[in-house]
Design a binder for this molecule. Structure first.
Ligand SMILES: *[C@@H]1O[C@H](CO)[C@@H](O)[C@H](O)[C@H]1NC(C)=O
Ligand SMILES: *[C@@H]1O[C@H](CO)[C@@H](O)[C@H](O)[C@H]1NC(C)=O
Ligand SMILES: *[C@@H]1O[C@H](CO)[C@@H](O)[C@H](O)[C@H]1NC(C)=O
Ligand SMILES: *[C@@H]1O[C@H](CO)[C@@H](O)[C@H](O)[C@H]1NC(C)=O
Ligand SMILES: *[C@@H]1O[C@H](CO)[C@@H](O)[C@H](O)[C@H]1NC(C)=O
Ligand SMILES: *[C@@H]1O[C@H](CO)[C@@H](O)[C@H](O)[C@H]1NC(C)=O
Ligand SMILES: *[C@@H]1O[C@H](CO)[C@@H](O)[C@H](O)[C@H]1NC(C)=O
Ligand SMILES: *[C@@H]1O[C@H](CO)[C@@H](O)[C@H](O)[C@H]1NC(C)=O
Ligand SMILES: *[C@@H]1O[C@H](CO)[C@@H](O)[C@H](O)[C@H]1NC(C)=O
Length: 435
């Protein structure tokens, strides 16, 4: 009520906003009202003060404020900021189309949490044919900045429980789970400082988006039910994206840490920490027959990969009825890997295509100009002494693959590097299992 009163008063004096209607429990504070901004934690932030919108918070986990949130986003659009205050919870129980954004900041200091009404979300969502993805909401437009110390909470436990025993790659699976944060048709998106917790499925998916920057974000998915672990909660996925930067970020989830998908270019990753993941993986690409995919120009530096299935990886499909394309100009530098089953993987016979079939149907995804430099640490021993497995399709384009300063050892002290089907010298001693 207090904010409503203040909001209404300020509104009456701010002629530019005079036509806006302030909903119950909300307020709009002009940028020059420092005292009011300070009270709600919006003044003295990293970014300069803006017209700032507050909305009412939720009283419980079922008190859906999605209408208020949508109103707040609209009121903050075009140069303002929506603040979600510290120690307050904001529950979203309805799907939201946020595709109209233009110059907006969201200061997330509190908790933005989705309801876990599986029935509702499976009937109401945004669907993407690519790997049959659904999401709670779509963020689109330009100049979108989310920052703060708060949490975006996917409330995944009910989803983990219900999905237990199912497989996303099972072609008959129709139990879809929402992605926590999705941008589509967006330009200049930045996310800083927040925690992304317990996504039901992938944590971030960027589609048709240019210039995405994540900095200082913590991504975590865990289950309190040992027989229903989080699944497919990837940190970062992308499709048709140019410009993807992730820095100073920690990811502790049970699937891909960072995994750009078809048509991602100009990738920059620095100071990334991943625990229990499937590592930093370019692809897979080239899955769909007749479709061209590419991943090009990636610089991945200073990454720590702990307790994973795979570490630094590239993967492209081979076999009958697959697509084509290229993975070109990828650098992995200064990568610390510990207790990981397959620390370095280049697989141009994906997915599980054996040598005979891979020779018969080699990949049409060219893999070129790849550097692995200063990669060190330990494997888990799951692959015995193999610490790097580079498998190209026979007679496919797989060239200019360079390894330098590789210091990876298995628990028994061995360190074998497999190189099958690669053209040219890879720069380190290696063995071919097929020749
Ligand atoms: C993408 O967004 C722009 C405005 O930013 C809009 O004009 C265009 O129609 C959108 N494209 C699609 C495919 O939605
Ligand atoms: C844990 O997950 C299993 C598998 O879905 C489910 O049967 C069980 O009810 C869950 N336990 C709790 C406490 O929710
Ligand atoms: C590498 O990244 C870690 C975080 O994972 C950070 O603590 C460290 O300072 C970084 N090292 C360099 C040389 O930037
Ligand atoms: C990393 O994951 C392991 C479980 O595999 C866990 O025990 C450990 O606490 C995690 N490390 C950190 C720093 O969170
Ligand atoms: C990738 O880009 C190519 C060329 O622009 C396009 O033909 C293809 O459909 C895109 N792939 C995907 C999966 O969107
Ligand atoms: C290769 O990628 C790096 C890093 O993204 C980029 O700086 C460089 O210009 C690219 N090289 C070429 C030849 O495009
Ligand atoms: C793959 O390499 C072949 C041989 O150099 C070339 O003809 C083809 O255009 C390349 N494909 C792509 C998608 O770059
Ligand atoms: C390779 O895979 C093909 C297709 O799945 C199968 O028919 C064939 O028996 C396999 N060959 C070997 C040597 O395992
Ligand atoms: C690989 O890099 C070299 C040197 O920068 C360049 O000439 C070549 O075109 C690159 N390959 C592809 C497929 O772009």
């Amino acid at each position: 009520m207090k904010f409503l009163a203040i909001g209404a008063l300020l509104l009456s004096t701010a002629s530019a906003l005079a036509t806006e209607h302030v909903i119950k429990g909300a307020s709009i504070i002009p940028a020059n009202h420092k005292g009011e901004l300070k009270k709600i934690g919006a003044h003295g932030q990293k970014y300069k003060d803006r017209r700032t919108v507050t909305i009412r918070s939720s009283k419980s986990d079922t008190d859906d404020i999605s209408d208020d949130f949508l109103w707040g986003i609209k009121a903050a659009n075009h140069g303002g900021r929506l603040i979600l205050q510290k120690n307050k919870k904001y529950v979203i129980g309805k799907k939201l189309d946020l595709s109209f954004l233009d110059n907006i900041e969201v200061q997330l200091d509190g908790e933005l949490k989705f309801t876990d009404d599986i029935k509702y979300w499976q009937a109401n969502n945004f669907y993407y044919a690519f790997q049959k993805s659904i999401t709670f909401w779509v963020w689109g437009g330009q100049d979108i900045k989310i920052f703060g110390k708060g949490t975006l909470n996917g409330n995944g436990q009910a989803w983990y429980n219900a999905f237990a025993g199912r497989e996303i790659l099972d072609s008959s699976n129709t139990f879809y789970r929402p992605i926590l944060f999705l941008t589509d048709n967006a330009t200049r998106v930045s996310v800083e400082g927040i925690t992304q917790l317990n996504s039901p499925c992938w944590t971030n998916f960027f589609v048709r988006t240019n210039d995405v920057v994540f900095d200082d974000v913590f991504i975590n998915a865990y289950s309190t039910n040992a027989s229903a672990l989080p699944k497919n909660t990837d940190g970062f996925d992308s499709l048709n994206v140019n410009g993807l930067t992730v820095t100073n970020t920690r990811v502790d989830i049970g699937d891909d840490c960072f995994s750009p998908k078809p048509n991602t270019t100009n990738i920059f990753v620095q100071n990334l920490w991943c625990n229990n993941t499937h590592g930093v993986s370019m692809g897979s690409i080239g899955q769909y027959s007749g479709v061209q995919d590419f991943i090009e120009n990636a610089w991945i530096e200073n990454v720590t990969l702990l307790n994973g299935q795979t570490g630094a990886r590239l993967k492209a499909w081979a076999g009958p009825n697959v697509g084509y394309g290229r993975i070109n100009n990828i650098t992995y530098k200064n990568i610390h890997i510990e207790n990981t089953d397959k620390p370095i993987v280049l697989d141009q016979c994906y997915f599980n295509i054996n040598a005979t079939t891979c020779a018969e149907y080699p990949s049409a995804v060219n893999i070129t100009n790849i550097t692995f430099e200063n990669i060190y640490g330990t494997s888990s021993g799951a692959e015995d002494e193999v610490v790097a497995d580079l498998t190209c399709s026979p007679n496919a384009v797989c060239s200019d693959i360079h390894l330098k300063n590789i210091n990876l050892v298995s628990p028994d002290g061995g360190s074998e590097i497999i190189c099958d089907g690669i053209q040219g010298d890879i720069g380190v001693e290696c063995v071919s299992t097929t020749s």
